[in-house]
Design a protein around this ligand. Sequence first.
Ligand code: ADP
Ligand code: MG
Length: 368
Amino acid sequence: MSPFAAALMNSRIAHSMSRFRAAECAGVSERTWRSYEQGQRAPRKSVVRNFYDRSGIPMTEDTAKMLRASPVARVMSITSLKGGVGKSPITVDVAACLVERGNRVAVISHDCCYEDGLSQGGRPRTGDLTAGVEFFGYPDVFFSVAEKETFTKRLRHIVDHGSPMDRSGLEFEMGGTLGSMVERIGSCRMFKDLHADYDYILLDLNLKVDLIRAHSDLVAIILDSACPQSVDSAERLNLRLQRSKGGRRTPSCFGLITRNDVGGRSRELEEYLGGLDLPPGTAEALEAARLVSSNFRERILSDITALPLTRLVTHLTNAHEIVIDKYNYEQPFMEGYSYFDSVLDIAPHSHAADEIRRLTSELVGLRL
Ligand SMILES: Nc1ncnc2c1ncn2[C@@H]1O[C@H](COP(=O)(O)OP(=O)(O)O)[C@@H](O)[C@H]1O
Ligand SMILES: [Mg+2]
């Protein structure tokens, strides 16, 4: 029997789990599971990983070591063509949650808040889940040997012969000085190597659709349920991601609905205001506005349901807002929620954290 099959069987028996349930966690049929236990087949690493991720049974150190011997990271992108819909904060939240679940996680960021935060000395606080995430800037990673060679040539050409415009153009594009770029070429990581070092890699790459398509296994496209443009752009992004180039595999794409709270009235505000008597005209106008808004949101929802995109079951609400507002309120002036913060660290028992845990669990559980 293969060592992985033995590890799976031992874990199953030690936790009195049925073969049916074990197969379900591993993402294989019960018959296939039996064939592992009978020594007829060896499980693939992804099967082993799925079993431990989904069953919640801790992996033994020996099994983890075997997986690390030639591991393959799963690459996810939580993205949108539209800015300001929460790509970065949701990505970092999911990364923190994957750390909480015991994974080794890298985030590759191409985001001005990341660059800016880093240049101001920002980084995760010691002890936070986000401190367990390894962050890389987009210029710190080459996605292929060809990319490294082309970039090196271009940089050399600009250093030797470039006009001041060329120089500042490249500095703007890469977010650093030419000197730092020369240094980076020496210290850059190859994506292939990161793939071997982490269980999960999350890409927070703004508008780099070709890179996202070429390297992600899974893409969650954000559908902001209050923003019709985000739905239009999701459709375009999905088409671009599914267009295979040169017969290459395309990622599995899903829709992730955010800001999915509709029709609420603020009970907290009403209680706080207590016996406030609104003039009848104002009360009616408020109620009318509430109905108009709900019609508007329903129209967006029907556009979302018409998209040729499978939606994730988990959706996100505005729950993060209260968490972030409360946190910011308690921070000194000019400090507050940053790129390196996660709702799991600042409010682990909040609804926002609960949503992220459910989302992560769903993403981990998807059979691709
Ligand atoms: N957990 C979350 N779920 C949904 N939206 C979030 C979450 N955290 C932050 N946001 C929203 O994301 C927006 C900021 O994201 P931003 O970094 O500008 O997005 P992007 O990376 O897409 O450009 C804010 O409007 C904030 O309310
Ligand atoms: Mg961003």
